[in-house]
Design a protein around this ligand. Structure first.
Ligand code: WT7
Length: 661
């Protein structure tokens, strides 16, 4: 823990922000919730009568067997359970219940590939057929209820199909983002105990291949438990194929013994639905576990009210499904509500900076959800890239992943939204299952840079380092005082880790790891992480993990990694590296170290700056003074604070002199 000082670069601009935007009239007229009073009344009810509130919201979901009790448990022990005794199936909620209605031949998933002419549309009915076939294929290869299935795939429909197929038979999916390396994939497979991996030959990125199958081959060398690897032929890239272990997806699912009917398994509300690994303050990623009933109710409810989703909407969330955003708001949320969800494989600025706008125009997207880093990247470009497209189909714009600086918010509002769209800055985490602090588009006026107010059932507070609630202008730590259905149930394979990591810092409360403050109108302003977690382009990384990757290089003795403000990425990665005695600093070695981190963790974790140093500033007890390293990396030399307790104060001047610009 590095103290309670949030380190976000947006903090200064955010603290000066005064503008307020009322919900656009056209949104107010049709939104699910149309006034602040309506929000407030339902919010107060959700807090005073949680049992009645959550029982009612469960009607959004089709139950095979009704639940007997709404919830039990608390945040002291950390065991909380929702919709006890209820039975349901997530894939049946996302598919089967739509095919008995007019929606059967409606587009469920529209897929746009990186190449313009590569598109596919899956109707709900087609999705049903494919999900059943894949579910039966998984069964054929030995996957049973409760087994884990690892996925390492590009953003293609087969990823959604596999996730839904797992949920259909009660298998637990573990999706690993394609930007992670073979080593990271191996560790996540082994920790989850998956015995089967679904991947693709490769993915596309700027016209080149991301070698998914090659990485998978390397990973599987260290995964003795995996007996089967199913490979989607996506790019046609040359790959190695071991017929003993590897199976082609298209052969398997079209095999004559595979039926296109697979009855959904009746799952208990508290049966696990998926595991998703995420980074914390320590070196080892955590397998965050979500279960069936609570997660589905919570994603459906947030989808409906925060994105004001109607079944006629075409919803586009640009997140990769290797992250939680892609689980909750590319796949489960939109499909549970019977909307059309768009999946896009490419990058936001390839081949040109108008790629997103061109796709919105092409499919007449009505709700668009992306990350501040992408908005910042695109707002540097000429406005003509946006203006040349007809974006009049848009009604609502969302952001997620990091605090949005007011300049980017206003650009999004004016240039992309043409001042006619509602904007929702949605705050949440892998652990929270769905959005927890947010405006409601027809009800809550927005302030650029503020994620506004708690969603129904969420009771946040800001506390100081003693755990006392505080309303200081400088903010404090953001905690949530009671559980809700979407909150993670545990860390896979580590029964005590949920309580230890999240619930002991402020006993009985969930600690988010973020700093925040509340203004006089009750608006929450997120101020960045207060722990050693970095947020680079909306990707969550742990400094400890990058450090341990660096130290695993044979020339590195010690490493300290910090974040620094980065115009586009939000935060950049600055690594201080101390070499072993026999090693010599050189630009080749720096490049090698960058490569090494890419190999160990993946391209997402590649340091922006590597500073080879003679010594690191340490306290007399030998602890690295990260506060000082952060200031130096950020170029804030004036505010280094007290350096007198260092055992080697001279190291500071040396670091400033040799700093990487
Ligand atoms: C961390 C969670 C689930 C969203 C995708 C990232 C930061 C997320 C916001 C926001 C300020 C935000 C927090 C949080 N964050 N959304 N709207 N405003 N900060 O999920 O990888 O679990 O990261 O992202 O720091 O703790 P994640």
């Amino acid at each position: 823990m590095s103290g309670q000082t949030p380190k976000s670069s947006t903090i200064d601009t955010v603290l000066e922000e005064q503008r307020v935007f009322n919900p656009p009239e056209r949104i107010k007229e049709t939104a699910h919730i149309r006034s602040y009073e309506e929000y407030k009344e339902l919010y107060d009810y959700s807090i005073k009568e949680p049992e009645a509130f959550w029982a009612k919201q469960a009607e959004l979901v089709d139950w095979i067997k009704p639940f007997k009790k709404v919830y039990e448990g608390d945040l002291v022990e950390g065991e909380h359970k929702w919709y006890l005794g209820g039975k349901l199936n997530v894939s049946a909620n996302c598919i089967d219940r739509h095919i008995n209605t007019w929606r059967k031949n409606k587009a469920a998933i529209i897929w746009q590939g990186e190449k313009r002419d590569e598109t596919r549309v899956l109707t709900y009915n087609e999705l049903y057929n494919q999900v059943c076939r894949v579910a039966n294929t998984l069964k054929k290869w030995g996957v049973n209820k409760g087994d884990r299935v690892a996925l390492y795939m590009p953003m293609i429909p087969e990823l959604a199909i596999t996730m839904l197929a797992c949920s259909r038979i009660g298998a637990i999916h573990n999706v690993v983002f394609g930007g992670f390396s073979a080593d990271s994939l191996r560790d996540r497979i082994n920790d989850s105990g998956a015995r089967i991996l679904i991947t693709a030959d490769a993915g596309f990125r700027r016209g080149a291949y991301i070698p998914l199958k090659d990485n998978a081959d390397k990973a599987l060398e260290g995964c003795p438990g995996v007996h089967t690897c199913i490979v989607v032929k996506h790019t046609g890239a040359d790959i190695n194929f071991w017929t003993q272990r590897d199976k082609w997806w298209h052969h398997e699912i079209n095999s004559p013994d595979i039926s296109s009917v697979c009855p959904p398994e009746a799952m208990d509300s508290e049966d696990p639905l998926f595991i998703l690994y995420t980074s914390g303050s320590t070196g080892k990623p955590k397998g965050v576990m979500h279960t069936t009933g609570g997660y589905l109710v919570y994603t459906s409810l947030t989808m409906k009210y925060i994105f004001d989703l109607k079944e006629e909407d075409t919803f586009w969330c640009t997140a990769d499904s290797g992250w939680i955003t892609g689980h909750s708001y590319v796949i489960y949320g939109p499909l549970a509500l019977g909307a059309t969800t768009l999946m896009y494989e490419g990058l936001h600025n390839y081949p040109n900076p108008d790629r997103l706008w061109q796709v919105i125009e092409k499919y007449r997207v009505s709700i668009f959800y992306t990350a501040p880093t992408i908005i910042r990247g695109l707002m540097k470009e000429d406005e003509e890239w946006v203006k040349k497209h007809d974006l009049s189909s848009l009604r609502l714009l969302g952001t997620v992943g990091e605090p949005i600086n007011p300049e980017a918010w206003v650009w999004y509002h004016k240039v992309v939204g043409n001042e006619k769209c509602a904007i929702v800055d949605t705050y949440w985490q892998t652990e929270t299952g769905g959005v927890i602090i947010t405006p409601l588009p027809g009800a809550i006026p927005t302030k650029p840079g503020s994620a506004a107010m708690p969603f129904f059932g969420i009771e946040p507070a800001i506390v100081d380092s003693n755990g006392e609630e505080c309303d200081s202008k400088d903010g404090g730590s953001l905690i949530i005082k009671r559980p809700w259905p979407g909150l993670m149930r545990g860390v896979y394979n580590a029964p005590d880790r949920f309580r230890e990591t999240y619930l002991t810092m402020y006993p009985g409360n969930y600690f988010t790891g973020d700093g925040a403050r509340v203004d006089e109108d009750g608006y929450y302003w997120l101020l960045g992480r207060v722990d050693d977690v970095l947020n680079v382009s909306g990707h969550r990384l742990s400094t400890a993990e990058i450090e341990s990757a660096l130290v695993s290089h044979n020339k590195v003795a010690e490493a300290a990694v910090v974040g620094y403000p980065h115009d586009i990425k939000g935060e950049g990665i600055y690594a201080y590296v101390l070499l072993k005695n026999n090693a010599k600093a050189s630009s080749e070695l720096r490049a090698q170290l960058g490569q090494h981190v890419r190999k160990v963790i993946g391209p997402v974790a590649s340091p922006d700056k590597i500073h080879i140093v003679e010594q690191l500033p340490k306290t007399r007890s030998g602890k690295i003074m990260r506060r000082i390293l952060r200031k130096i990396a950020s170029g804030e030399f004036e505010q280094l604070g007290d350096t007198s307790t260092l055992s080697n104060p001279e190291s500071v001047d040396e670091l400033i002199k040799t700093r990487e610009e």
